[in-house]
Write a protein that binds this ligand. Structure first.
Ligand code: AMP
Ligand code: ZN
Length: 488
């Protein structure tokens, strides 16, 4: 499989440290608020990546952190603590906020068919590991104490800006975020490993450490959680593109300084979902959440389908018009699948499905091209193969895309069958009611007499019979299969 690697800036052949096995780390949400659908775009694409690796035969071990401490409003360790801000907003404790929004995040994930990673670690449960890592970085001379905090010394590295070698000044801390610089830092891009000097007197979560009571920096959590759950050699690290700098850059700096060797080989970054007016926000404009889409009548899986129609390395603009188009395509696809007759696929069906599944594989092997993967679904629908083969191919692909296509088609088919059955039953009941009418025999005899009269070209008599019956409240209906009657 070819996968774009942000480290090399090329589409590389994906190679793992241990053949057949993938260790995969995902930066989890900061649980101070609901996730917006932009955040969830990243998690959808990472979910497809994990499922496709499984599909391709890899055994994937995946870990994710839950950021419940240390993430400040600026990724560059300045500004307000996001968790504290959330707690203040809702007049709750930080841990209450963390629990509530962690649950909300996974509820959204479930609705979007995003699988929960095998390992999920809240940062607050790993404090000892962070302290151990910071201690070793100090011991090895990669960290220093200043003004009460512990900082990583980026001057000790041969190379710090691993992802973006250009615009180093633009990326530098303080300049990028337009916030005050931290005078304790020896170098502009140094970052905090451990805060002992909280800027916030009312900082709720604090732990004892060799450097005084304090709390960890944001970046250290992902390094420590990854190293302790997935080992010293990581195959794949994921996140939204904004994570590349400074978060992932700092993760690499401290992990490799700690380990003394290269750490993660491939970096997968999802480009942002934006609105027409720019950046997606939790505080300005419409706060786009899964619940909001549901309130507006959208199935969350339609949003997933919308995301899959675009490549993860292209920025995507969200609009309701775009979502409506995705819904039309999704519904049409499901309707086509519902018309297919399910059956156990034979060896012949499997053989017929194979080239179509290979087309899907080809698309996904090409840097996870989900847009082409979705096109492969339509190729199946149009193919001249049996219904069983089509449904088999779609089910295989949807294991990865997870748009709930088979279940939606089954539901639609069952509803159509139910409606047809109800119509049939209604027709039969109406016929039975007529047959049970005490006048039925007399009317049937009149209908027969009218038919005979017509045959004998005695149309006057035929009309007379119709009139006589009408006077008794009976209407005759001539159809191509003969004459029926009903009450007027
Ligand atoms: P956070 O909860 O802020 O730590 O972000 C969770 C994930 O969402 C991270 O991987 C971010 O890089 C990613 N992310 C943030 N904003 C967007 C966006 N507009 N589109 C896609 N991913 C995003
Ligand atoms: Zn992270």
């Amino acid at each position: 499989m070819k996968l774009y690697n942000s480290l090399t800036h090329t589409r590389d052949e994906f190679v793992t440290h241990e053949p057949g096995k993938v260790t995969m780390y995902t930066c989890g949400p900061t649980v101070y608020h609901f996730a917006h659908i932009g955040n969830l775009r990243s998690y959808i694409m990472e979910d497809v990546l994990e499922k496709y690796l499984n599909f391709a035969g890899y055994e994937v071990k995946r870990a994710m952190n839950i950021t419940d401490v240390g993430h400040l409003t600026s990724d560059a360790d300045t500004g307000e603590d996001k968790m504290l801000k959330g707690a203040r907003r809702e007049h709750k404790t930080v841990m209450e906020i963390a629990q509530f929004y962690t649950d909300a995040f996974f509820a959204d994930c479930e609705k979007l068919h995003i699988k929960k990673p095998e390992i999920v670690v809240p940062a607050t449960s790993y404090i000892d590991h962070f302290i151990e890592m910071v201690s070793k970085l100090l011991e090895k001379g990669y960290a220093y104490e200043a003004g009460g905090n512990i900082y990583f010394d980026t001057a000790k590295l041969d190379e710090y800006y691993v992802f973006n070698k250009q615009n180093q000044e633009d990326l530098a801390v303080g300049v990028r975020d337009g916030v005050e610089e931290d005078g304790n830092k020896r170098n502009k891009c140094d970052f905090v490993l451990w805060f002992t000097k909280s800027k916030f007197e009312d900082q709720e979560l604090k732990w004892d450490s060799p450097w005084g009571v304090g709390y960890p920096g944001w970046h250290i959590e992902c390094s420590a959680i990854s190293l302790n759950t997935l080992g010293e050699y990581l195959d794949l690290h994921c996140g939204g593109i904004d994570n590349a700098f400074p978060h992932h850059t700092n993760e690499i700096a401290q992990s490799e300084a700690y380990l003394g060797h290269k750490w993660c080989s491939s970096w997968f970054h999802v480009l942002h979902l934006n609105t027409n007016d720019g950046k997606m926000s939790k505080s300005k404009g419409e706060f786009l959440t899964v619940s909001l889409l549901e309130e507006k009548g959208y199935d969350p899986l339609v949003y997933r389908f919308f995301c899959l129609q675009s490549h993860y390395r292209k920025a995507l603009v969200f609009s309701y018009e775009g979502l409506d188009n995705a819904r039309v395509s999704y519904d049409k696809l499901v309707a086509r699948l519902a018309e297919l007759k399910p059956a156990e696929p034979t060896a012949c069906d499997l053989e017929a499905a194979k080239p179509l599944i290979d087309r899907f594989r080809e698309a996904m092997d090409n840097d996870l091209n989900t847009a082409m993967g979705v096109t492969a679904l339509y190729d199946v629908v149009k193919a001249k193969i049996s219904d069983a083969a089509k449904l088999y191919a779609i089910a295989e692909m949807d294991e990865v895309l997870s748009c709930g296509l088979i279940a939606a088609a089954d539901k639609k088919r069952a509803e159509a069958e139910e409606a047809a059955k109800a119509a049939e039953a209604e027709k039969a009941a109406a016929a039975a009611a007529l047959a049970a009418d005490p006048m039925a025999a007399e009317i049937e005899a009149a209908i027969k007499e009218r038919a005979d009269a017509k045959k004998a070209k005695n149309y006057a008599r035929a009309d007379e019979i119709r009139k006589e019956l009408l006077e008794k409240g009976i209407v005759l209906v001539d159809t191509k299969d003969g004459t029926t009657w009903q009450k007027a």
